[in-house]
Design a binder for this molecule. Structure first.
Ligand SMILES: Cc1cc2nc3c(=O)[nH]c(=O)nc-3n(C[C@H](O)[C@H](O)[C@H](O)COP(=O)(O)O)c2cc1C
Length: 398
């Protein structure tokens, strides 16, 4: 049977499936449910000294949206969006630390890991929250430089407002890294120009790992009422953002390899996505939106799905899969020359491929589809629109 265990920043996780910092980890009771469901780790809701960010959570709102970005009622499609607004942990740090201590104890008894998450508005505050978290017994602390909502809150310099200021973020990272002994993980916003450059700066400042990435900012009008959903601007994400996150994981993994471990979040829906995150280079994969839609049990289901996949594919360990797709990616110049080939025995001559060919390579003569080889660049558009499986092949010149 596959071994799902991993070592991340010197801490052992029984599996890579994590409950991301959000409402499913709002307090000890919720975090225990994530652990009971089988998550290898939970990232606690972000503890904050900002009363504005605590208060925002009392007015949290969210909607699952369909592909047309209309509010779902009952049926939530696979490619849903979660349009949401929420702040950080509800309790003051002093009160929230009781939740952390209780969860740390429970996690120890259940072979799970509790990661603390913090968010302040001043460097001293970040340091103070970091120390409190460390005293609470967590083995890792995530710094939330990605929360999208402070963007709308003048004067609240936390979350994404920090993550978009690389120098200030590095300063905070350095201050917290020097103040605590446990490794710190920096959770970043995707809404920056270059997460490779930023990750390098964070690593140099003392980050033990990075979390790629928090959610995007969005805006969704309701065309029936002419008003925005949930009263206005919000954060947006969902399974459809996965390739965007995976690209950053790929880039950061390529740049720093094992020197900078990665946890992935933003777009992981099920075990298939978890495999994609791991193959791109994330050791720990955090899930939020899908848990908020289907409940805590979703986490355990994905652990079992991952295990089954590994057994079927013969991957003995998570490390056997870690970053393999990123390592296999080649430069454009190394790509082999390919062309389209039509299997005349099964081609139905429907002509769909002609509409999707912009090199004038797919042609039809005497009613039959053929490839004008000298025109074909092997792009593969024809393959994707062809309704007959196996009728078109993209392969080296025959
Ligand atoms: C309602 C809600 C609340 C969240 N609260 C936090 C938070 O307190 N701290 C944090 O770091 N991220 C927070 N997040 C971001 C999630 O941890 C996660 O990174 C994000 O939703 C992307 O993962 P997903 O695609 O699985 O949803 C929140 C997300 C949502 C939807």
């Amino acid at each position: 049977m596959a071994n799902l265990g991993i070592d991340f920043c010197g801490v052992h996780f029984k599996n890579p499936v994590a409950a991301a910092s959000a409402e499913p980890t709002l307090n000890a009771a919720n975090m225990k449910k994530c652990i009971d469901a089988g998550a290898g780790s939970v990232i606690a809701k972000t503890m904050t000294d900002s009363s504005d960010m605590r208060e925002l959570t009392t007015r949290a709102k969210w909607r699952f949206l369909n592909e047309k970005h209309e509010v779902c009622h009952g049926k939530v499609p696979r490619a849903f969006s979660l349009y949401s607004r929420s702040g950080l942990a509800l309790e003051t740090p002093k009160e929230f630390m009781k939740e952390i201590r209780e969860t740390v104890k429970y996690a120890e008894q259940n072979d799970a890991v509790v990661i603390g998450s913090i968010g302040s508005t001043e460097i001293d505050g970040w340091v103070d929250l970091g120390k409190q978290m460390e005293d609470g017994g967590v083995p890792l602390i995530e710094l939330n430089f990605g929360c999208p909502h402070p963007k709308l809150m003048p004067g609240v310099r936390t979350g994404m407002n920090v993550g978009q200021d690389f120098n200030y973020a590095s300063e905070i990272t350095n201050a917290v890294a020097n103040a605590v002994k446990v490794p710190i993980i920096i959770k970043v916003t995707p809404q920056v120009t270059d997460l490779v450059q930023f990750s390098g700066m964070l690593k140099d400042a003392g980050a033990g790992a990075v979390t790629l990435t928090n959610r995007f900012i969005g805006f969704v009008p309701d065309i029936e009422t002419g008003k925005p959903l949930i009263y206005g601007k919000a954060g947006i994400g969902g399974p459809w953002v996965k390739p965007l996150t995976l690209r950053w994981i790929n880039e950061v993994r390529t740049a720093f390899g094992k020197e900078l471990p990665i946890t992935g979040t933003n777009g992981a829906y099920d075990w298939r996505d978890i495999v994609m995150f791991i193959m791109s280079g994330a050791s720990v994969v955090q899930i939020c939106s899908a848990v908020m839609c289907y409940g805590y049990e979703w986490l355990g289901k994905q652990v079992r799905g991952l295990e089954k996949f590994m057994d079927e594919k013969g991957y003995a360990t998570i490390d056997d899969m870690l970053g393999i797709a990123t390592d296999a990616a080649i430069e454009y110049s190394q790509m082999p020359p390919e062309k389209a080939h039509v299997n005349e025995d099964i081609c139905k001559d429907c002509g769909m491929c002609l509409k999707a060919c912009f090199s004038d390579a797919m042609q039809q003569g005497d009613g039959h589809v053929y490839v004008k080889q000298e025109n074909c660049v092997g792009c593969g558009g024809c393959l994707s629109v062809c309704p007959v499986d196996g009728s078109i092949e993209i392969a080296p010149n025959k």
